[in-house]
Design a protein around this ligand. Structure first.
Ligand SMILES: Nc1nc2c(ncn2[C@@H]2O[C@H](COP(=O)(O)OP(=O)(O)OP(=O)(O)O)[C@@H](O)[C@H]2O)c(=O)[nH]1
Ligand SMILES: [Mg+2]
Length: 456
């Protein structure tokens, strides 16, 4: 037989003494009731505050227009960002002028270095069939003498590049300098930035001042090199590969060599400086009496940078895709076998078919139309680089239509949500012509945003 188990109650309720119970007085009951009212009031207030806060956040989000600038490296994304800034917030661009000074110096030094190294190569390996006068002993001696004078200038390139890149190590090559978000604070003593200490700012200014002084000291040698017939000849033969903006800066070197030089808007638009990562620029845009917080995301376009775009995709209001149509005779710096137009078409395919971007408004800018015209006028044949161009006339009308139809076809085939597509040919350095495009694109994007969010 199982033994009986005695159970103790687990909790013992206290015994009560009915004779000595304390009852609350009417006064204390009233005070308690008042306290309850206060607590309820406070919690209602908190609820209301939270509701207001959430409505405010929602409203702020509704007024926020996020626009991503996408496209391969050198397609003109950062230049378009500057054009937007110039149109909607020109005062902020004015404030940034001093920080573009070292970038202009860097562009000049890099151009001089590249000319000298291309000449070296050409003297050692003369192009068959070229005029031997341009590689004669006399020419080589003259260039040799210029090189000696220009060496102190070339020596500054890497320290200037490294200061612009905020310490990211860079080594020669065509690109040379990268910038990340906040770079301007690193190169402008008047800016404050958490990562800028007084010593590093002083060092940067020293490098910038040294660059400025050296450019004016060797000004006549820079001009002599740029005007030299051997250089001109090699440029004509397209044997010297310079950044597209190099001729602009070398033509303007005298003005830039002035000690009180401050970059003009044209200078700022022409500089070449590769973007690293994602740079966010925001400024208010007023439309129909409502102020929108316009956020532009300018990304690095080289292949190694593209993975960083994706986290920004799902709440993007619009994508502005830039494809440089002048690039038919160029190849990717990161992959010398891929034609730039081909890369742009591949990238455009990926953008049109990306599921995260299905809701985003699409704008396609076929950029560098000015350079396309120039190249065709200079007789560069598209068929040599793109065989499918066939016997079509080598004219701007025919070429622009050919490239446009390829991009449109991809959009038709790959865009599952069948969004309307806004297409423009652009010459991004032309401030006047860009004004109407910027206004059109800005308005179209905000209008779409209004339709979706129900803002009036
Ligand atoms: N001639 C001409 N030059 C242009 C045009 N658009 C941009 N450029 C120049 O092309 C170069 C590259 O432009 P960026 O805006 O730096 O290119 P990006 O797309 O930002 O390049 P990453 O930052 O490397 O991805 C700069 O020197 C610009 O001045 C154009 O329409 N015509
Ligand atoms: Mg850029």
């Amino acid at each position: 037989m199982a033994a009986a188990v005695a159970h103790e109650p687990r909790t013992v309720s206290p015994a009560i003494d009915l004779d000595n119970l304390e009852y609350p007085t009417f006064e204390s009951l009233a005070a308690m009731a008042q306290e309850d009212v206060e607590i309820t009031k406070r919690s209602t207030l908190i609820d209301e505050e939270l509701k207001k806060e959430s409505a405010k956040r929602k409203e702020a989000r509704r007024r926020e227009v996020k626009v991503m600038l996408l496209g391969q490296a050198e397609s003109g994304k950062s230049t378009l960002q500057k054009q937007f800034q110039l149109y909607y917030a020109s005062k902020t661009l004015d404030g940034e002028r001093p920080s573009w000074r070292p970038v202009v110096y860097f562009n000049i030094i890099k151009a001089v270095r590249m000319i000298l190294s291309e000449l070296d190569w050409e003297f050692a390996n003369p192009t068959p069939g070229q005029d031997a006068n341009h590689t004669s002993k006399e020419v080589q001696e003259k260039i040799g003498a210029l090189r000696v004078k220009l060496l102190p200038l070339i020596a500054i390139e890497s320290s200037l590049a490294s200061e612009l890149s905020g310490g990211v190590s860079v080594s020669g090559g065509r690109t040379g300098a990268y910038v990340r978000a906040g770079w301007q604070a690193l190169v402008t003593p008047t800016h404050t930035w958490p990562s800028t200490d007084a010593r590093s700012t002083a060092r940067v200014s020293e490098v910038v001042e040294l660059a400025s002084r050296t450019i004016s000291t060797v000004l006549s040698e820079i001009q002599a090199l740029w005007d030299h017939r051997a250089v001109r000849h090699l440029l004509d033969l397209r044997k010297v590969r310079l950044d597209e903006s190099a001729p602009f800066f070398l033509d303007n070197v005298e003005r830039i060599a002035e000690p009180d030089y401050l970059p003009t808007t044209d200078d700022i638009l022409n500089v070449r400086l590769q973007t690293l990562g994602i740079m966010e620029h925001s400024f208010p845009i007023n439309m129909g009496g409502i102020t929108y917080n316009w956020k532009l995301y300018d990304v690095g376009g080289a292949r190694g940078q593209r993975h960083a775009w994706v986290p920004y995709f799902d709440d993007a209001t619009a994508i502005i895709f830039l494809a440089p149509v002048s690039a038919f005779d160029q190849y990717l710096e990161e992959d010398a076998k891929t034609n730039r137009i081909d890369d742009s078409l591949q990238l455009w395919t990926a953008i049109c078919s990306n599921k995260l971007l299905q809701e985003a408004h699409l704008v396609l800018l076929l950029n560098k139309a000015d350079l396309l015209k120039k190249k065709l006028k200079a007789g560069i044949r598209i068929r040599k680089y793109i065989t499918s161009y066939g016997e079509r006339p080598n004219t701007f009308e025919s070429a622009s239509e050919y490239f446009r139809s390829h991009f449109l076809q991809i959009h038709r085939r790959k865009d599952l949500s069948r969004r309307p597509l806004y297409v423009h040919f652009t010459s991004m350095l032309d401030v006047q012509a860009m004004r109407s495009i910027i206004a059109n694109v800005g308005e179209a994007i905000i209008r779409k945003h209004i339709t979706e969010t129900g803002l009036v």
